[in-house]
Design a protein around this ligand. Structure first.
Ligand SMILES: Nc1ncnc2c1ncn2[C@@H]1O[C@H](COP(=O)(O)OP(=O)(O)OP(=O)(O)O)[C@@H](O)[C@H]1O
Ligand SMILES: O=P(O)(O)OC[C@H]1O[C@](O)(CO)[C@@H](O)[C@@H]1O
Ligand SMILES: [Mg+2]
Length: 543
């Protein structure tokens, strides 16, 4: 029997028995594989990820991903069946070069080091799984996101059509489904038109990430490729699963596919579903604008998703051009006094007769907490449950204008929260999801594991989990993109110079010394802030 098949076989229930455990250990040792611990000792130990770094000339660094042969050195490899595939065999240079890598930083200077690179995604000449040996599982975790079904479909169809894999199951209801639910068989036929539907046909959940039980289930079911689709929390979970799979010496590739409408995953260009969510958000902003502009002193308030990162609000604002003020978690704001939101609202209404405010759900949380004195609560995954900034803001605006009898306003609040993520993916997200799924499959078939697949500077790459999970992607308010928003809305920037400096500390880009007299933060006139809190800054670099 082939070693690969044996590794994935379930551990007998009687393995607790010392004799059975010894026999099992001997059998696996004969196959030169690390034995599983008997169930009684099978707690998932937290292992710090080992970084695989390789240097090159000119300051080149490859941050590589783990490979099954790192801990199973004798695994056999096989020619990639794609080379005989009628659709792919004619493609020149279909296989990526073994040394191809993707640069993390694309803008470089004459003298700068080449910097960090990731392994390029794509099909390899040799694979470490025979098609009939593969037993793949797919799971979706965290919140909904347009495109989940497309990724599921393309994983199933890609495995089948490109590599002839016929055994693929779905894990229902997120991570806890590994040990609390039965699996569902997935075939190209059963997933044929799921990409036209929103949500995930597998179901999803938060919480329930019990690594030991999940890996027991993987082992017991003989799964040797796990595709885990989810956001930052999910990728952290995937990293611990991979750590445990490796600790037990299982021939099982653990692959992460990053999803989130919030676009809060670090390193990658953009997460799937984000484009679709922004497009949907436009509809709400359009409606708010129509309502506001049809009333006397009409105010439209739209609350959009974005827990810690305001990308949806920022891009929807930029795309719409109908927004007068965009509030995001990364940029603190204040209501009262000079340069505050209420003063600005009054001025905008006097000037234009209407206004639209877009607020990301994570914005202003400190302000609300201060005014309400509420204790923090968390969801099952440990994410902080947000206070409703939309309702709070509407109440504050209404209160403010109630005190001004001569200034009646008509306020309409639109909260499309779940509507922007429950829709099917748009055309560009659909194509993106297909490519992600294919890149994920090629990586697993080639024996890579412990990685998230995603585009970096336009090229798909395999990124080690630790890189994805070490920090969240956030709007950098000292970057040009946020300045573009401020310039397009002409809203106050609300920030003090201290805030700007603090925000700049997270910025990866070094701040260049300014040429004297040009774009100087201190010397430039306040472009949009009405002098709010003395902040003069942000639009100055917006060219
Ligand atoms: N630090 C962690 N370690 C292990 N598992 C985690 C961790 N954080 C979250 N998880 C698990 O990952 C799953 C999804 O996490 P979460 O609910 O935070 O959503 P997410 O993947 O971040 O997606 P999104 O935030 O976009 O909805 C949950 O089952 C959760 O238990
Ligand atoms: O689905 P839940 O638990 O209501 O979570 C909502 C959160 O999920 C997200 O949509 C991310 O997936 C956030 O934008 C939002 O804060
Ligand atoms: Mg998350």
């Amino acid at each position: 029997m082939e070693a690969a098949t044996v590794v994935a076989a379930p551990v007998p229930a009687a393995a607790a028995d010392a004799a059975a455990a010894k026999a099992l250990e001997k059998k696996l040792l004969d196959l030169k594989l690390t034995p599983s611990l008997p169930p009684a000792k099978k707690a998932a130990a937290k292992v710090a990820p080992k970084k695989k770094l390789a240097g090159g000339s000119g300051g080149y660094v490859l941050e590589d991903v783990p490979h099954l042969t790192d801990y199973l050195p004798d695994l056999p490899s096989f020619p990639n069946p794609l080379q005989n595939h009628p659709a792919y065999s004619v493609v020149k240079q279909y296989f990526v070069n073994a040394d191809d890598t993707v640069a993390k930083k694309i803008v470089v200077h004459k003298g700068s080091a080449r910097g960090t690179h990731f392994r390029r995604a794509g099909p390899r000449q040799r694979v470490y799984f025979q098609p009939d040996e593969v037993s793949a599982a797919i799971v979706t975790c965290g919140g909904l996101c347009p495109g989940l079904n497309t990724v599921i479909r393309e994983l199933v169809c890609g495995l089948h059509d490109m590599y002839g894999v016929t055994s693929v199951v779905g894990i229902e209801g997120g991570y806890k489904g590994f040990y609390a639910r039965n699996t569902v068989e997935l075939t190209p036929r059963s997933v044929n038109d799921i990409h036209k539907r929103g949500g995930t046909v597998l179901g999803t959940s938060r919480g329930g990430q019990d690594t030991a039980k999940i890996v027991d289930s993987i082992q017991d079911r003989g799964i040797n490729q796990v595709y885990i689709i989810g956001g930052d929390g999910t990728q952290k979970g995937a990293a611990t699963i991979h750590g445990e799979v490796q600790r037990r010496g299982l021939k099982c590739a653990v692959v992460g596919v990053p999803k989130t409408i919030d676009n809060d995953i670090a390193v990658i260009d953009k997460s799937f579903g984000f484009d679709t969510a922004v497009e949907e958000a436009q509809r709400a902003i359009d409606a708010a604008h129509v309502e506001a502009s049809s009333a006397e002193n009409g105010v439209g308030v739209v609350k959009l998703m974005g827990r810690n990162s305001g990308f949806i609000a920022m891009y929807a604002t930029l795309a719409s051009r109908d927004v007068d003020c965009c509030l995001i978690p990364e940029s603190p704001f204040y209501l009262d006094g000079k340069g505050g939101l209420l003063e600005f609202a009054e001025k905008r209404l006097r000037d234009n007769g209407h206004m639209v405010i877009v607020v990301a759900e994570g914005a202003g949380q400190d302000l609300i907490a201060k005014s309400m004195r509420l204790a923090d609560t968390h969801d099952a995954s440990g994410n902080k449950v947000l206070l409703d900034v939309g309702l709070w803001l509407c109440a504050k605006i209404k209160d403010h204008f109630k005190k001004k009898a001569e200034f009646p306003i008509t306020l309409k609040y639109i909260d499309p929260t779940y509507m922007i993520r429950a829709v099917p993916s748009n055309a560009s997200d659909n194509v993106y999801c297909s490519l992600l799924a294919h890149s994920a499959i090629h990586g697993a078939m080639a024996g890579y594991t412990g990685f998230t697949v995603a585009p970096v500077n336009g090229r798909h790459a395999y990124i080690p989990f630790y890189r994805i999970t070490e920090k969240q992607n956030k709007v950098v308010i000292t970057d040009r993109m946020w300045a573009r928003v401020l310039c397009s809305t002409n809203q106050p920037c609300f920030l003090s110079l201290e805030d700007v400096e603090k925000a700049g500390q997270d910025d990866e880009e070094p701040h260049l010394p300014l040429v004297e007299g040009e774009n100087s933060l201190v010397k430039a006139p306040p472009l949009l802030c009405n002098g709010g809190n003395g902040a003069a800054a942000l639009c100055n670099g917006a060219a």
